[in-house]
Structure formats: structure tokens, C-alpha cells
Design a protein around this ligand. Structure first.
Ligand code: IVH
Length: 682
């Protein structure tokens, strides 16, 4: 034995005792069930290795907490047991094998039920009348909560006479008192309005409502009761009415109890796992919380044969769901830069097993989110991962905040490239302004730059660009123009791209010839946020040369038609960033020639200056082509109908919303032939 182990064991004992107190006595748990189970398991492991350490005060020697002193105690005639837990298929297999061995057959029926996440109570009926109700307490002695339980509508005060036989002289019905999720939500809302402390979850709410001295309060809480087990049973002539768990549940139904409809008799491991999966899927939609399922050997005589281990039946087991919420430490907040320059804070967590996986990182989305969740670095936080949804940090527990907790501050320069970070007013996301320079954005920015409406380098695909960037041949857009034919040859190595090997000289020539372009295409190619094709054209037209645009302040930029403050800020910030200017200067040094006007523009007065939206499929033009036609004629294209739209050009199967909006606004609607007529009007 190591001393370290022993002190770890002792510390576990103290921790568990504290959590027991918080849970059972104060109805105010400080950790999740799964974490509690984890502590208990470590304790039990020590105890199985060192039975000599076990003393009567070990939490393993008790079933539940001490009874609350404010209620009268009730000594249970038949002890209220707990259940062993399994957390995975391996442990379940071990349970199943134990059952097979104990029964001497594989032909075993199991009754499967949900594991209700409420609190266990026992109801004692004598001559069909509710005599008392009690909580489990420590399993031997509970609290008398008769007055409170009588307010639960699903608890019969008087039993129905069952179909067969007479009422038993004594029957103790055991089951779970719980609160529906929707009732819990209502209660929390009400508690918030009243400004009083809220319950953490429906189970605490159910416990708090039942262990309430004033039954009037309990009655308002709409608790429910589901029966699942039998305590004492005395009956002169109801022998043979139920010989197994599933018939017992039917019997409860006939007496007037609520029994879950989500129960099933199954065989073999497959049957058990099938029920587990089904309930996992149903879980979200159930009106109440469950934290797993319970498998019970169905047959009562087999149950007796298999027997009990200390405080739990050996013939039954709870198969718990992986906890969906866990507590962990927020170790740090790192900032990641996305392909479009968005800066995303990411939580670095102390690894935690939640929802079936180990989670170490979780996105925090943006600064506002961090503030809303009241997160500080060093905090204890609740992490949630439900189903296949990505893990999320829900909230911090400020009461556990260490003195050295730090506030998160969004960096003012990009952690990847050092460029300035902008956060436009009213926007939640901070962004790196070094779009042309930043390594995180370079692939995306080059893909955009070479696209058809920008520098139009036909044949240079996204994959090629990714390869050129990841191989280090391109760090910034200007590097593209320094590539040799043999650099481009490399692209042809894999089968998919083999055609390219032949094309390398052609591609090289295309790259070089793309340097002769127009100012508007060049501007659009830079990938400035909010600057689309049309704005690029407006800017080019208004300023006439690149230098003037680069040096214009926001007040000058706003003078451009259709350029608002947000756009002006974005343009100004882009050109203010020295890293971007450096790339642009390099491009110009490499021989870019920027013509002021787009070629082929032949202004058509019927179209020039008018704003168009296109919807549906046109016969004569593809979507890109029609944009080109309108723009070349001096018109403007926009993607949605607004007050500023002059014409909605409709093809076949036009979009409903655009059409409706145009009708509402009285926008002129053009068919394809009407548009052609306009074009002819020159
Ligand atoms: S049977 C003989 N069935 O789980 C075993 N218990 O961990 C006694 N529970 O105190 C319980 N759903 O509060 C049984 N379908 C179910 C249950 C269930 C929830 C709770 C109950 C018990 C605890 C044991």
C-alpha cells in the first residue's frame, strides 16, 4: 500500500461525504451525478484492493444520506435498496454473464424500464388506503412525507380494486416522484420573476418540492409519481397474480398507479442494448428526465435465486447514459483565425468525459458570448455535449472562481499574422484585416482572387491552390506571379490532376497574362470585406485609379454611390493595414497593369444606372452571363429586391420571395422578352 493511495482514499471519503450532504440534505448538489459516480467508483476500487481500509463511516456503507431532522422518521419495513451501475457495453456484458451463470441458462427474460431521475418514495397502503408515504433516506429510515405526497395527483389515496382478486391487506408501492421538464421550466421562470433562488434541475425541484414542510407549496408544484417496485406485500388471496416484474407493473396499473409505457421485456445482450439505444433516442422527447435505463431479471423466483449484494439487488442493474453535462476547468481561451479572417475564441478545457467523448476544446463563438456566459480564464465551467452536437461551454460557476481568474481580452492584432483586428460596430465578430497577407486566410483569398469575376485564371483550381500554399510555394498572392513552369508542374502529381502536367506552361502563361486587368477586377480580387463586384466597379469609376482609393479616408469613400459607413470602414481598414499594402505594392512591381474601364462596356441608356435583380432560369443566358450583360450595359446587379431595385427580371420558376417582395414594393417586373426589348432600345 502506498501512503499516497491511502491519503487519496481518505480524501475521496471526505469529498463524497460532503457531496452526499449537499445532495441529500441540502438538495443542492455541487457536482453532476456522473462526477459523483466517478468519485464513488474510485473509492470502491480502493476498497476492493484494500478491504482492510473500509470502516463503517465509509460512504460505500450507506445507501443514501442521513434523514432530514425536520420530518418524522419512518423505519422501512423492507429496506429501500439502491442499484448497481454500468456505464458501457463491457460492464453490461459482465452483468449479463453473471446473470447467465447464476441462472444456469441464457434463456432469461429482462424487464427494461427507464431510470427516472427523480427521488424514490415508498407508499404504504393498508386495506387499500394510503397509510403513509416516505422518502428513501438512508435506505433503512426515511422521512414521513405523507401530507406532501397526498398532493400528488398521480398517487391514489384509495386503491382501485384490481380486476382479479381483492385488495391486499398491506402493499408498499415504490417508485419515483418527479417533475416534468415543462413544469420545471415554468417553475424556474416563476422563481426568476420572484427573484428567489432557482432549482438547478427537475430532480432537485422535485426533491425540494416534496421535502417542503408546507404541503400547499408541494401541491402547486405538479409532481408526478411512477411506480416500479414492491416493498412489503401481504395478501390472503392475491397469490399468483404477478409472478414477474412486468406483471407487477400491470398489477400497479390495475390498482390505479401511473406506470411508464416505455417498458419492454427483452432477451439477451442484443435485447438489452436495443432498449438502451431506443431510450437514448427517446430521451430528449420524454416529458421527464431519465439518466439511463434499468434492467431487471423479470422472473421473481429467478430474482430470489440470484439474490442481493449488500445494499443492492444482484438481479438488476442501471445502465447509465453518458452525462451530457460535466464540470471542468477553463484553462485558457485561445484565438483561432478562420479562412475569412474571423477571430474565434476557443475554450481550452481540462479534458472531461461528456456525452460519450473526451472534450478538451469548445468554441466560444465571440466576445459577447464570453461576456454573456460570464466566463473568466481559470473558472469552473459546465460543458455540455448532447447527442452529436458539438460541445458547448454553458456557463461558469462564479462561486468557484479562483482569485487569480483572468478576464479574456480579444487581441488587437491577429495571432496568426500580426495585422490589425477590426470589430465593426454592431457586429459580434472580430476580424483580421490582413486578408491578403494572413496565413490563415491565404488559401481562401487566392481562391477568390483567381476566380472568374476577379483575375480570371482559368484552370487554376482550389485544390491546386491548397497544394501550392501547403507546400510553401505560395505565402501571399504576389508569390503566385513568381511561380515557374516547373513549380506548376508539381501540381500534376496525383491522378486527379494529371491533366495539369501538360497544362503547366499554359497555366503559367495564363497567370502572367492575368496581370493585365481592369482596376475594378483587381479591386474585387483583393477580397475586401463587403466589396463585391458591383462596389468594386463603383469604386473604380468614382476614383479612376488605385492610389486614390488606397489613400481615401472614410468620408471620401462614402461619397461613392452605394457605399455606406460599414463598407467605407472596411475598405479604409483594409488599405490602412501595411501588410496588405505590401502585397499590393509587390503585385504592381511584378507588372500589374490596371485599366480604368472594363472593356466591352457599351452603355445602354435604358439599362444604365438602373438596378436589376434576376430570379428564375433564363433561356438565353446563364446567371453569370446575364450579370455580365447588365453590367456591361451600365446597369447594376443586386441579389435581393429592395426599394432601390428598378427591375426584377424573371425567368422560369422564379423565387417566390423575390417576386412577392417586388409586387409589394411595386418594382417593375420584366420577362425575358421584355428585357430583350430593352436591350434593343440603344
Ligand atoms: S428499482 C431494487 N427501477 O434508482 C432496486 N429504481 O439507484 C430499487 N430508479 O433509488 C430500485 N428508476 O430512485 C428502480 N425503473 C426504476 C428506477 C429506479 C429510477 C432510482 C430509484 C433508486 C435508484 C437506485
Amino acid at each position: 500500500m502506498s501512503e499516497e493511495d491511502f491519503s487519496d482514499y481518505e480524501s475521496l471519503k471526505t469529498q463524497i461525504a460532503e457531496h452526499d450532504r449537499a445532495y441529500y440534505i441540502e438538495d443542492n448538489p455541487k457536482i453532476s451525478d456522473a462526477e459523483y459516480d466517478g468519485l464513488m467508483r474510485r473509492l470502491l476500487e480502493y476498497e476492493s484492493l484494500h478491504p482492510e481500509w473500509v470502516t463503517p463511516d465509509s460512504p460505500s456503507q450507506r445507501v443514501g444520506g442521513e434523514a432530514l431532522k425536520i420530518f418524522n422518521s419512518v423505519r422501512h419495513t423492507v429496506p429501500m435498496l439502491s442499484l448497481g451501475n454500468v456505464f458501457n457495453t463491457e460492464e453490461l456484458t459482465a452483468f449479463y454473464n453473471r446473470m447467465v451463470e447464476a441462472c444456469g441458462t441464457r434463456d432469461i427474460e429482462f424487464n427494461c424500464e427507464p431510470k427516472f431521475d427523480g427521488l424514490a418514495i415508498t407508499l404504504r397502503y393498508e386495506q387499500g388506503l394510503l397509510k403513509y408515504a416516505a422518502t428513501r433516506g438512508d435506505g433503512q429510515t426515511g422521512e414521513d412525507v405523507t401530507a406532501q405526497v397526498k398532493t400528488i395527483r398521480t398517487v391514489p389515496i384509495k386503491l382501485n380494486r384490481p380486476n382479479e382478486g381483492t385488495l391486499p391487506e398491506v402493499i408498499e408501492v415504490r417508485g419515483e416522484a418527479l417533475m416534468f421538464k415543462r413544469d420545471f421550466e415554468k417553475l424556474v421562470k416563476f422563481q426568476k420573476e420572484q427573484g428567489v433562488q432557482t432549482f438547478a434541475n427537475p430532480r432537485n425541484a422535485a426533491a425540494g418540492s416534496l421535502r417542503q414542510l408546507d404541503p400547499k407549496v408541494t401541491s402547486k408544484r405538479n409532481l408526478r409519481f411512477y411506480a416500479y417496485g414492491l416493498g412489503e406485500f401481504k395478501s390472503s388471496n392475491s397469490k399468483g397474480i404477478f409472478k414477474n416484474q412486468s406483471e407487477l407493473l400491470d398489477y400497479f396499473l390495475s390498482l390505479g398507479f401511473n406506470v411508464t409505457e416505455h417498458r419492454e421485456v427483452v432477451y439477451g445482450m442484443e435485447g438489452l442494448l436495443g432498449f438502451f439505444e431506443t431510450m437514448k433516442e427517446k430521451r430528449e422527447a420524454l416529458p421527464f428526465d431519465i439518466d439511463g435505463v434499468v434492467y431487471k431479471v423479470n422472473d421473481f423466483s429467478l430474482q430470489e435465486k440470484i439474490g442481493y449484494i449488500s445494499k443492492a439487488p444482484r438481479f438488476a442493474i442501471a445502465h447509465k447514459f453518458a452525462a451530457e453535462q460535466m464540470q471542468t476547468k477553463l484553462l485558457d481561451i485561445e484565438v483561432q483565425v478562420g479562412r475569412t479572417g474571423a477571430l474565434t475564441p476557443v475554450a481550452k478545457l481540462e479534458p472531461v468525459f461528456v456525452g460519450g467523448v473526451t472534450v478538451q476544446k469548445a468554441t466560444l463563438h465571440n466576445e459577447d458570448e464570453i461576456a454573456r456566459k460570464n466566463l473568466m480564464i481559470g473558472d469552473t465551467v459546465i460543458v455540455r455535449r448532447a447527442g452529436d452536437v458539438i460541445p458547448e461551454v454553458m456557463e461558469s460557476l462564479p462561486e468557484l472562481r479562483p482569485a487569480d481568474a483572468r478576464k479574456f481580452i480579444m487581441p488587437t492584432s491577429c495571432p496568426v499574422c500580426g495585422s490589425a483586428v477590426e470589430k465593426p460596430e454592431g457586429e459580434a465578430v472580430a476580424r483580421c484585416t490582413g486578408g491578403l497577407f494572413c496565413a490563415a486566410q491565404v488559401t481562401q483569398s487566392i481562391i477568390h482572387a483567381v476566380s472568374r469575376k476577379a483575375l480570371n485564371i482559368d484552370g487554376l483550381g482550389d485544390k491546386h491552390i491548397q497544394k501550392l500554399v501547403s507546400s510553401g510555394k505560395i505565402n501571399h498572392l504576389d508569390d503566385l506571379y513568381r511561380l515557374s513552369v516547373s513549380d506548376l508542374n508539381v501540381l500534376g502529381r496525383n491522378a486527379e490532376e494529371s491533366k495539369l502536367e501538360v497544362l503547366a506552361p499554359t497555366l503559367h502563361a495564363r497567370i502572367q497574362s492575368s496581370k493585365s486587368t481592369t482596376l475594378s477586377r483587381f479591386l474585387f480580387a483583393l477580397g475586401i470585406r463587403h466589396v463585391g463586384e458591383t462596389t468594386a466597379r463603383d469604386l473604380a469609376k468614382h476614383f479612376g485609379d488605385l492610389q486614390s482609393i488606397m489613400t481615401a479616408d472614410t468620408s471620401k469613400l462614402i461619397e461613392v454611390p452605394n457605399v455606406g459607413e460599414v463598407m467605407a470602414d472596411s475598405i479604409h481598414n483594409f488599405f490602412k493595414e501595411p501588410h496588405n499594402r505590401e502585397v499590393i505594392e509587390n503585385l504592381l512591381t511584378l507588372g500589374f497593369e490596371l485599366k480604368a474601364e472594363e472593356e466591352n462596356i457599351s452603355i445602354n441608356p435604358a439599362i444604365a444606372g438602373h438596378s436589376f435583380v434576376v430570379t428564375g432560369t433564363l433561356e438565353s443566358w446563364k446567371r453569370d452571363e446575364i450579370s455580365q450583360v447588365i453590367i456591361s450595359a451600365g446597369g447594376r446587379i443586386s441579389s435581393s429586391v429592395s426599394k432601390k431595385t428598378d427591375y426584377l427580371l424573371i425567368g422560369s420558376e422564379p423565387g417566390d420571395s423575390k417576386l412577392k417582395k417586388a409586387q409589394e414594393l411595386g418594382t417593375k417586373i420584366l420577362t425575358e422578352s421584355e428585357f430583350k426589348a430593352l436591350l434593343q432600345k440603344k
